[in-house]
Write a protein that binds this ligand. Structure first.
Ligand code: AR6
Length: 380
């Protein structure tokens, strides 16, 4: 049965498909969890200044719940009140599941007479349809949250209908919905504060085993077949277990061998790091075969992958400086230069850690970091 809003309320719709890059940038990091925790602030900080009404409007106009969730979330964190009509209509129509909870958050964050009225209109109808397990909980949570903020009693009008509505819904506890909305609204409100602090990426240097690092992602010096090998590659696969290899195999099947300079990511399996970014360094052939550019690309693509996945910290080994024979000093220079440039242009990562084997490589990195004016912290 279509609801009474369906034909009455017209919403903008576009067929415009997002590019893969736009999906990676604007949708993926936002549709499952709302990144208001400190870990994901880095990723969001980078994007924050590019989020505007046009972008949110476009995301909200697509026929897919994922971009719509991202659009509503952006509207909430940037207080894009101009979108309240569009978001209100989408909530009332409720023709795509999963996005409604975020519409409620956006309407709560606007806290205007119209946004409050939309929540009321929603409850007026959807509390009378007990078979629609939609976003009545979030709408009640939002209205109750706004009552607390505004000193109003709007939610009281719905309590009786709410009781009847949840009679067949075990686990639908109003207190939980209110707590959840309140927590998220507090996070959203403090985001501006966090985002306005100047971002600093800490570069650090460690002599030790990369597989033991507690960071969001490890970078692996892999080979084109992604099937494990020697050196750091073997160590990562050994410590992370077979899940990493399975995902590598899948990637290989889908896209073929990974070319030097490219990067892909998989789970971290049993590692403390939740992701592994596999990149293939160049084999040293004397330095005139594009090796420096390919090695630079390894760092750039790996950092880009971490950044677009919203990760905050990552650890690099000295890519190509083992079996692939790249002179360690030159490899370290490429590593430090590219990491420094990337973090300056893409502020938001909390830490990039260079993890090296042996005294000689440690001293080399220390020297290179110093030469490039970097105050890297040694870490345990
Ligand atoms: N933690 C930190 N650094 C390490 C570790 C570790 N556990 N193990 C080795 N290193 P390599 P490449 C250092 O040979 O030159 C593989 O077989 C090591 O001392 O691992 O890019 C792949 O499958 C050296 O400085 O990587 C490829 O076929 C650096 O990591 C090929 O080797 C890189 O050495 C890739 O060769």
């Amino acid at each position: 049965m279509t609801n009474p809003f369906h034909d009455r309320l017209v919403v903008p719709q576009i067929d415009d498909n997002l590019t893969q890059e736009e999906i990676a940038r604007w949708v993926k990091p936002f549709y499952m969890s709302r990144p208001s925790d400190a870990k994901s602030i880095g990723g969001l900080r980078i994007l924050y200044s590019d989020i505007d009404e046009g972008l949110a409007h476009r995301l909200l106009s697509l026929q897919n719940w994922r971009p719509r969730v991202a659009g509503a979330y952006f509207a909430a964190i940037k207080n894009l009140v101009g979108l309240q009509d569009q978001i209100g209509k989408l909530l009332l129509r409720s023709d795509l599941v999963y996005a409604g909870a975020t519409y409620c958050l956006a309407l709560a964050s606007f806290n205007t007479p119209a946004s409050r009225q939309t929540l009321r209109d929603y409850l007026d109808y959807y509390l009378t349809t007990p078979d629609n397990w939609y976003d009545q909980g979030e709408a009640m949570g939002a209205l109750t949250y706004l009552d607390g903020l505004n000193g109003t009693q709007d939610a009281a009008d719905y309590l009786e209908r709410w009781q009847a509505f949840v009679a067949n819904k075990p686990g639908w506890n109003l207190g939980d919905f209110v707590a959840d909305v309140t927590q998220t609204m507090n996070d959203i409100n403090s985001l501006g504060d966090k985002l306005s602090r100047p971002p600093v990426t800490q570069l650090s240097l460690l002599q030790g085993d990369i597989t033991r690092q507690t960071v969001d992602a490890l970078v692996n010096a892999a080979n084109p077949t992604l099937s494990g090998g020697g050196g750091v590659d073997a160590a990562i696969h050994r410590a992370g277990g077979s899940k990493i290899l399975m995902e590598c195999q899948q990637i290989l099947n889908e896209r073929g061998p990974l070319e030097p300079g490219q990067a892909v990511s998989t789970t971290g399996g049993k590692l403390k790091a939740r992701r592994v970014i596999h990149t293939v360094g160049p084999v040293w052939q004397g330095g005139q075969q594009g090796e420096p550019e390919l090695l630079a690309s390894c760092y750039q693509k790996s950092l880009w992958t971490a950044y677009s996945e919203g990760l905050s910290s990552l650890a690099f080994p000295c890519i190509s400086a083992g079996a692939y024979g790249y002179p360690a000093k030159l490899a370290a220079e490429v590593a430090v230069r590219n990491v420094r440039t990337f973090v300056r242009e893409h502020p938001g990562l909390d830490e990039v850690r260079f993890v090296v084997f042996g005294d000689r490589h440690y001293q080399l990195y220390q020297q290179v970091l110093q030469d490039q004016g970097e105050n890297a912290l040694p870490c345990e």
